[in-house]
Design a protein around this ligand. Structure first.
Ligand code: UD1
Length: 420
């Protein structure tokens, strides 16, 4: 297992290029199996989660190749319908093959994704949506077994206790594009990856309207064909490096961003006192003390993303005053707090709310990443802390950040990957 050894306290200065979005590439890869033709997806990042998805699709008979960040995917041999536990447990987005296989083969047997360190993460909305389309679903021996002689369009309401579900919207879209008749999804997720998935499916011949709004209308078509698509830049990676610039009181140019997707994060970072300038897909961010505390509530897009919550918490831990962070999506996503407190932060959690009392500086310590974004938050804390921080279990971070340590080292961070 690798760890990051960080000698903190150095302001980051320079340029960082953002890679393709993980959360867009994953559903697109599964959407490719809805035809027998080859699809070509560009701007693919080298991420453990994408490798996991490609391994899973290989088991189902899909052939693929990645060269120069371009994924060529040949689904013509995809006749397997069983997604085994060993592959699904690595990544929850594996559950997208449920909708993909139902859309392709009319049957799927997919391991039930288990609990997760950031919360219980149920899939009831996914299963309800697929059932409404006509799938017969049973849970047996830890597997979801779904079958449908035919799928038929209908009206589906996809909001849960914490708002719309990204994953359920993806699964229903994948199953509905070739269903008979019209499917309307009410309270659909409006996240950018849903808009991109709809664009990709439409370029394959699907008829989806309303992507990016809570009302999606899908007119079923008989056949889809292969398509080409370029993945948009990863907004959470961009947010993470913006915060890296601010937490080290540095000056970074973040290249290759969709600024509009970053608005909720940029607004909060401005409120905290960071300065931004924008130029053609590039964002320059710089910060000097004093910064101000802030109150944040995570919410579905266009709200503040839960996937940037641990990172901004690390920043607020270094800003004198009281900040309050409420988790509106994953009420238990605070596993990074005890590690931050070991670095001298003063954070108290009560239910879904964390009260952060900023300190003048964090102190380096050995800490452990327990999940992807929490791990990124600990790296940011290490960059700002005195002395040395060792972040272990960086395989969590490798799931969603391409060469994080190299990108940070290129702007002046003292960070090394070490194999344990
Ligand atoms: C996706 C993102 C993840 C992000 C999350 C929230 C991908 C691959 N992952 O995850 O990075 O943190 O959105 O923005 O895109 N829920 C239910 N029932 C369901 C499904 C979800 O109650 O059937 C709840 C969840 O527990 C959570 C909320 O709905 O509280 C949102 O979850 P969802 O949008 O489904 O997250 P994911 O798609 O798993």
């Amino acid at each position: 297992m690798d760890k990051f050894v960080i000698n903190g306290g150095k302001p980051l200065v320079g340029e960082i290029e953002i890679s393709g979005a993980k959360n867009e590439a994953l559903p697109l890869t599964v959407a490719s199996i809805l035809t027998d033709d080859m699809s070509v997806i560009s701007n693919i990042s080298d991420l453990a989660d994408l490798r996991s998805m490609i391994s899973l699709l290989e088991v189902l008979g899909v052939r693929s190749e990645i060269k120069d960040n371009v994924l060529r995917i040949d689904p013509s041999g995809c006749d397997g319908y069983e997604a085994p536990y060993d592959l699904v447990r690595k990544m929850r987005a594996s559950v997208y093959v449920l909708g993909g296989l139902l859309g392709r083969l009319g049957r799927a047997k997919v391991s039930f994704p288990g609990g997760c360190v950031i919360g219980t993460r149920p899939i009831d909305l996914h299963l309800m949506g697929l059932e409404k389309l006509g799938a017969n679903i049973k849970i047996e021996h830890g597997y979801i077994i779904a079958e449908a002689d035919k799928l038929v369009g209908t009206e589906i309401f996809l909001s849960g206790p914490h708002g719309p579900s990204v994953g359920a919207t993806v699964n229903v879209m994948l199953a509905a594009v070739k269903a008979e008749g019209v499917t309307t999804i009410k309270e659909a997720s409006c996240e950018p990856q849903i808009t991109e998935l709809a664009d990709f499916l439409n370029s394959m011949g699907a008829k989806i309207d309303g992507a990016g709004t809570p009302l999606l209308t899908i007119h079923g078509v008989k056949e889809l064909h292969g398509a080409k698509h370029t993945v948009i830049p990863d907004r959470i990676e961009a947010a993470t490096y913006m915060i890296a610039g601010i937490i080290t009181r540095g000056n970074l140019l973040i290249k290759n961003c969709v600024v509009q997707h970053l608005e909720p994060v940029i607004q909060k970072l401005k409120e905290i006192g960071a300065e931004f300038t924008f130029d053609d897909g590039c964002v320059r961010v710089k910060a000097t003390d004093p910064l101000k505390p802030a109150n944040i509530r995570t919410a579905p897009f266009p709200g503040f993303p839960t996937d940037a919550q641990p990172q901004i918490m690390s920043l607020l831990a270094t800003v004198p005053g009281i900040s309050v962070i409420s988790e509106g999506i994953y009420p238990d996503r605070f596993i990074h707090v005890s590690e931050l407190n070991r670095m001298g932060a003063d954070i108290k959690v009560d239910g879904a709310v964390a009260v952060v009392k900023g300190v003048s500086n964090l102190s380096g310590a050995p800490v452990m990443a327990s999940e992807l974004r929490g791990g990124a938050g600990l790296v940011l804390a290490g960059l700002s802390a005195d002395n040395q921080t060792v972040v272990s279990r960086v395989y969590h971070i490798d799931r969603g950040y391409e060469s994080m340590e190299k990108k940070l080292a290129s702007v002046g961070a003292d960070i090394k990957r070490v194999s344990e």
